[in-house]
Write a protein that binds this ligand. Structure first.
Ligand code: BTN
Length: 254
């Protein structure tokens, strides 16, 4: 059998060969009362979704395309912290299984040698004061060869195989993610964001560097200082003002 090592994450796994998006199925299952830790996973997605209305290329058997349903008893404004908890868990799992040294680009891209291997998309079912369910979508490029990526993303994307030269077992990596995420999630619930923040910062790619944050309201330029206790990015502008960035795409500046 699968030999599950985690207690609740992955206890219920809803597997499909081919879906439009595991997020879509997870949303439906969450509405129908799926328990905390339920996982939806597919071998292929025909319309995988990314952040900011982008699509996510999810070819058959090449990656981990999954959505995890969690039901924390928290207000919705803490959801971004859970995204950072997840990013740390996935980085640790990738390190453990492949020996690679991935880094996190705020908020939740995981890069190896500057190229993206993983994206995380968190979506909420919530009212004003409580999260009913958080749907954490994780997409990991695992066994694509570098030539397999479509032209538009070939220069910015990579896979664990392309980066390490070794085929990686998707089942082992998923297993490791469940164990790590469960541990960090409980740390977060019991001890707050501080321990997670320290871990996150130890994996962060652009701290101390000059960056440009592309937000819907325009670009913010300056030095990335770190994240706040809420998980919000702090940027020190040239004029000395510290700006807080809630949502953006980060580019390295000059
Ligand atoms: C991003 O970096 O833009 C986030 C990408 C998230 C992709 C994953 S794959 C599994 C889950 N289902 C989806 O449709 N999207 C997420």
């Amino acid at each position: 059998g699968f030999g599950l090592k985690s207690e609740f994450i992955g206890r219920h796994i809803h597997y499909e060969e081919k879906v439009e998006s595991t997020q879509k199925i997870a949303h439906r299952l969450a509405t129908e009362g799926a328990v905390n830790g339920t996982v939806v996973v597919a071998d292929e997605q025909t319309s995988g979704r990314g952040r900011m209305d982008r699509s996510w290329h999810s070819p058959k058997f090449s990656g981990i395309w999954m959505s995890i349903i969690l039901r924390p008893n928290l207000p919705p404004h803490q959801a971004p912290q859970l995204t950072l908890v997840t990013a740390v868990a996935v980085v640790q799992a990738i390190e453990e299984v492949t020996g690679l040294n991935p880094q996190i680009k705020w908020p939740n891209d995981i890069l190896i040698d500057g190229r993206k291997t993983t994206g995380i998309l968190t979506e909420l079912q919530a009212d004003a004061d409580r999260i009913h369910a958080i749907i954490i979508g994780i997409g990991i490029n695992v066994n694509q060869s570098q030539e397999d990526f479509p032209e538009e993303i070939a220069r910015i994307a990579t896979s664990l195989l392309a980066a390490s030269g070794k085929t990686v077992s998707r089942a082992s990596l998923m297993q490791e993610i469940f164990v790590r995420l469960e541990k960090l999630y409980l740390t977060y619930l019991n001890h707050g964001f501080q321990p997670i923040k320290l871990l996150w910062e130890s994996y962060a790619l652009s701290l101390g560097k000059e960056i440009i944050a592309r937000t819907v309201a325009g670009d913010i330029k300056g030095k990335a200082l770190g994240i706040t206790d809420e998980g919000v990015l702090k940027i020190l502008q040239e004029d000395g003002e510290v700006r807080h960035v809630y949502s953006a795409d980060i580019h390295l500046g000059e």
